[in-house]
Ligand binder design. Structure first.
Ligand SMILES: Cc1cc2nc3c(=O)[nH]c(=O)nc-3n(C[C@H](O)[C@H](O)[C@H](O)COP(=O)(O)O)c2cc1C
Length: 229
């Protein structure tokens, strides 16, 4: 072995620390990304009162683009997302919703004229708060999809993705079923019969983020290996 090669070898060996001199491993750096990502899920809230601030189209497109990536049976993707921003059409929805609820109220309660007026007034205000958002989205599934029996699972998957994506960009939503009766929605927006409403949701900047409602503890919901009665 030539002298220089021996020198290089000895220097390299000297550089290898003995077991005792090995420094303790540095504390693991926090992994960037996942924590804030998971936080978005926890911070999503059902929002029922909105500021009039516009939602930029690119944000809307980003949100809808995430919704369309949701899991779907056999990758059938049976969704349609009907986006309504025309204020006069939203007013028509509010009027038709109040009318439908008034009819139900009249049938079930036989109210006095005064009670009826108070009910209508209250319901108008409720509708106005939901529809204070500049955007209203109707999540639909197509009954002519490849596996229509599975639409009932695919639909809410997309709606859930949409709602979490909206939260990530700072927008509130609320998964509405009863608030706007589906038959009314279908009629007011002239939706072809083949499409079934999964839910509707206003989308906009919340007046405020509501506090989280009580949620069940993880222990009450998770069973490990076996589920007792
Ligand atoms: C299947 C389903 C139907 C719902 N229907 C309505 C509705 O018609 N109107 C409404 O204001 N909220 C509705 N919600 C929203 C729930 O009230 C809300 O998710 C729940 O109170 C928990 O609050 P959080 O979403 O802020 O965690 C619905 C949610 C689901 C999943």
């Amino acid at each position: 072995m030539r002298l220089t090669a021996l020198f290089v070898l000895l220097t390299a060996l000297a550089a290898v620390p003995s077991a005792q001199s090995v420094p303790p491993p540095a504390p693991a750096a926090p992994v960037p990304g996942p924590a804030p990502f998971l936080q978005v899920f926890k911070e999503r809230r059902s929002v029922r009162n909105f500021r009039p601030d516009a939602v930029p189209r690119e944000h809307l497109l980003q949100i809808l683009d995430i919704a369309r990536t949701a899991p779907t049976s056999g990758n059938q993707q049976p969704w349609k997302f009907l986006v309504i921003q025309d204020r006069s059409r939203l007013d028509a929805l509010a009027a038709a919703t109040v009318e439908a609820y008034t009819a139900r109220y009249q049938e079930s309660k036989k109210p006095t004229a005064q009670e009826l007026a108070a009910f209508q007034d209250k319901y108008r205000q409720v509708c106005a708060r939901y529809l204070s958002a500049p955007v209203f989205i109707i999540v639909l599934t197509d009954s002519k999809s490849k596996y229509p029996d599975y639409n009932k699972w695919d639909g809410p998957m997309a709606a859930g993705y949409l709602m979490v994506a909206a939260r990530a960009l700072g927008y509130g939503t609320v998964f509405c079923t009863d608030s706007f009766p589906f038959d009314v929605v279908q009629r007011v927006f002239d939706i072809p019969e083949r499409y079934e409403v999964v839910c509707t949701t206003p989308l906009g900047v919340p007046v405020e983020w509501p506090a989280a409602p009580p949620k069940k503890a993880l222990d009450d919901l998770v069973a490990w290996e076996r589920l007792a009665e």
